[in-house]
Design a protein around this ligand. Sequence first.
Ligand SMILES: [Zn+2]
Length: 439
Amino acid sequence: MNVEILDILRCPYCGGRLELVESMFHRREGDQIHDGILGCQCCIFPIVDGIPVLHLLPAATDARAQVEAGRPDLARRTMFGLEDEAQAELFDQVAGSPEATYRETIVALGPTFEGGYFLYRFSDPTFVVADAVVRALARTVLRGRRRAVDVCGGSGHLTRSLLGLSSPAPVLADLYFAKAWLARRFTAPGCEPVCCDGNAPMPFARGAFGLAMCTDAFMYIWTKRQFVGDLERLVSPGVSSDVSAAGDGRQPAPTDGVVLIGHTHNERTWSPSHGQPLSPEGYAALFETMEPRLFGEAGLFADIVERGVLDLSRRDSPATLDADPALTIIATAPGRDASGVFARHDASARAPAIGVPSEFRLNPLYAIEPDGDGTRVRLRLQFPDGDYEEEYGACRRYLPETVTIDRASLESLPSSTLPAGLEDLARQRVVLDLPRQYC
Ligand SMILES: [Zn+2]
């Protein structure tokens, strides 16, 4: 972790600043802390493989003791949940190899680690909407001068959308150490991962962020009222705000930011992996200091795939919200000029990630079949299984059933830049820009 994020980290329990305990075991190189112990007024927390672990669940307590004992290698195994010796050795080997891919690393984590549909994440309909919303908000609100936090960011697929738009680099917060680690290594290189519990107060200073977001996870949070109160706090300056946006004194004083809760399920409809959702009014009532606006995701999705527009100026009726299985909520401070946020944003092209290397590849949902004399190939949309098709089948709205292309074009992939002639396929998401060493 970069030492400068100590400026925005706070103990989730006493709210105190955290400092590296120099008298205890630690490894630091320049501005990067690799392992060590952070202390506040009430307790101490470990930094494991560069990730501060700011909760007190059993694994964190064990890992803290291992760091204190000068065994950061064992602390990392503990945080990955690698109890089997052979599995742990295999993982250490894969994690230590610069050539290892995301897929290989997930396999090395063992069958209990949910890797699931990660391969298809960058083209699923939920991602298509969330990516457009995140980029539009980050461009409008952060303007490259403020920082974003992706709470429950998992392995960083949407944190990747914030790269280059959040400055300083975005923070990814997640309970699962393995996911935060994977995000920093593969999906969103350069992000600052923090391991913390979404059902506890968030370990960040008031007003530390211009955009605080949580996507595809809020329905699983039990302490919803506290969680939303905390998101509001993270983007709102207070009388005792003592944080500069970058910790270097050159940044403007914090001003009110924006809260985004994306893809949260609706109590009034059924959806797979339901969680404990609320009704639209129930969600709106959670906001006490900011004004929320709710959107049905079906409308946002249709605008994006049919017209290339993310229309946040729309006002969905109560009936529209009631009928939609998934909602997007954007909250702004009362009195803030939010006209730039609640506007029509261009979503015509899926822009590649900014400032990090990409690898253009054929969307893994396509099977390759021979066509004619062998100079051309047919790409056919093929779902991994019926469950995927049931949950994400709406991708048929933008992914064609079949496409025929030159074999030479196909053979130009993977490529670090988009090969000429494949622009249309990239627009349709048949060709995707993926993180390097993803698969
Ligand atoms: Zn404390």
